[in-house]
Design a protein around this ligand. Sequence first.
Ligand code: HEM
Ligand SMILES: [Ca+2]
Length: 796
Amino acid sequence: CYDCDWDFLTEELFPTLCPILSSTTTFLKDLFSLDTKAIGITATATAENEDFIPPSLVAECLKRGRDLSKSASTRGNQLVRSGASLDPYPLSLSNFFYAPLPPDLKKSAQASHEMLAATKLLQMKICSSSDVTPNTFMAFLEHQVIKADVGSCKPLSIRCAKDKFRSLDGTCNNLQKPGWGRRGAPFTRIAPPRYADGIYSMPVAESGRPLPNPRVLSTRLFTDAAISSRSLNYLNMQWGQFITHDLMQRLTEVTDEGGIQCCLGEGGDVLPPEWQNDKCIPIRVPDEDHFYRLHGVRCLNLVRSVTTPRDDCSLGYAEQINAASSYLDGSQIYSPDKKQTSKLRSRKRGRLREEYKTQAKRGYLPTVSDKLAYCDLRNISEPCYFAGDGRINQTPTLAMLHTLLLREHNRVADILDRMNPTWSDERIFQEARRIVIAELQHITYQEWLPLNFGESYFRYYRISPTSLYSHDYSAEVNAAVINSFAAAAFRYLHTLVPDTIMTCPANYYGAYLYKISDHYQNPSLLETSSESFDDIVRGAIAHISSEADPHCSSHVTNLMFKSHRQWGLDLIAMDIQRSRDHGIASYNHFREICGLRRAKSFQDLSGEITQDRIYALSQLYESVEDIDLFVGGAMERAVHGSILGHTFQCIVAEQFYRTRVGDRFFYDNGEMPHSFTTEQLRQLKKASMARLICDNTDVRYVQRNAFERESLENPKVHCDNYATVETQKEIRSALWAGQAHHSCVSKCSKLDQNFVPIASLLSGQPINVPTAGAQAFPKDEIGRLGHNPPRGPSAN
Ligand code: HEM
Ligand SMILES: [Ca+2]
């Protein structure tokens, strides 16, 4: 609403520049008529005069802020009731835009709205009644913290008991700052935000004009090129998303009446301002768009992320809420919210709830209470799962990883139970959870991070420890997730997502490919037969991921969450818009933070970015200063040994350093009351992705480095050669020297339309995968059509 290049707004300008707010408020007029003399404001006030904001003015702004935020929320409800609703969308899209906030987080969101409105009003008041500019005002707020002791914001106060086990929500991990990294904490910043007004409004170019359209940036710079990774497999990509969901979950603003709609119907025009909720940030689709044009789509819905007050309730710019616990603590498995956790537990012998299916030996995730509300089902008998994180059903392969970890928890719980018959359910649950988190941290820090981001870099900077115990815990380090990591750097891994999900029968002779966009929000591929789960696991380790480069699958840039329609959302355009929504500082700013020279011209980027990409950037952005972090970082050449360029590498490394060193309970921390014993830790450090698969599925052959494709250097090894945690005492010397399984090269026959011989996958030739088609999604008739995906050759 304040996206303009004016230094301050006067009452006369306000209705023109800010039609939404002014149409909903009658009391701004009153605010502007405040008697400045009576409350001690003088026209000569400056930022140097540190006492120039009297408490009565702050109180007045807070009061008005509360009124403003209330009227904005009433207006939001009215808009939905009057038809600006998500009704036209298929469920997967509605689900994405509408998840009601849990009561505690809703309260902090409301408090944040009030604080932001108060900060804005204070800024307008000060700036319009003196020669203070908005920027000086924000700088002033940085130095003189103004805390609100009235209104809905309550400064954080948490009491901690000493405990051997970490809390579910991350509180009390840091005993000095018990709120750090908790569920509901703000994302942290390593650079000041880029909001147009310094507080909350969407950023604009240096010139004051709009930044380039996110959809245009996506289509011009992130084209679909079907280039496969040389060594990284699908599972590697999937683990990245899995741990993302452990570290963070941003939330979308909603109304009490439902989700927020910013477009007319299904992809029609952007709604006119008087019909738009003030949280709307839709992406306008240009008329000439090569894809959406064909489907008459002119607008992609997008809504701002939920914000939260800072811990001390001080006035200032917007901070977004992280609804996950920031620690790498399995919160996506166990939930950071105790009510949900209790629904996930069986309350018997420390186990998590699991479901058994006919003819399947192993357990599956429990079913969510209202399947049709959470999944895009073609048939009510299809599965839709419930886990510690609501994004569980996004793809079948994400649900597969959740299932593996659920099984691992119960496997460990059963062993502990046998060894300690006197232990209570609670004790077994907590001990099993502690072991599973240790395995999760070990696999991430010893296998996944070095593989993706550079072995030597991660070991040199001691992000991945090299000794048995580490002694690096620092109570000074805040492990909360860095906003630029969440809203930009780590999202670069969206370019790894391939077009297809693969399933592979036990003989590995061939594979079936399914378009990923046919299986969003529907995990049924895991349960089509008693072998399908294992088929998906085999497919994930045999299938390649896309190369980490600024090319992105159209299944992600045109078809995300498409359901039965011919079109979906553009995740890359959303990433760009989201980074603006979160006020992420520019690429140039982060270059400087990461030790590169700040570019004065586009040509100054030539050390990191190739000439053709510099040219493309200069055609799209007015100034080198305007380049979004997500875009600039993605354009950089990868640094040696990593899939990332310099700037993203620096942000990602910083995050994983904090995630380890700021975690008092990190699994290999030594000399803590809760530390594992030497023998326990030695056992735990034998955990690997390959063993996680062997221990929890009937897949018998897995390559040693399970995040890399099979190769001569990385052959498949029989699971008998991976000793399990509890039988480590007699580890055989042949641990890694097992006999190689026959290669994954096919002698298959063409069986049906989804079947693809593995040899042709390896050849790098594009493969034509048939779409599930309209038939698979009978419009508006869920439950009518059964869905029987084609089966492969028999597993023997
Ligand atoms: C099929 C695969 C994937 C799909 C469909 C997907 C989809 C999404 C969606 C819809 C969002 C929210 C966008 C927004 O409104 O801001 C998101 C956020 C994100 N994704 Fe993905 N993603 C996938 C894979 C990955 C992978 C492989 C990674 C990294 C390794 C990743 C990292 C992230 C991160 C860091 C966020 C921000 C999360 C937050 O702040 O809550 N995603 N993704
Ligand atoms: Ca977590």
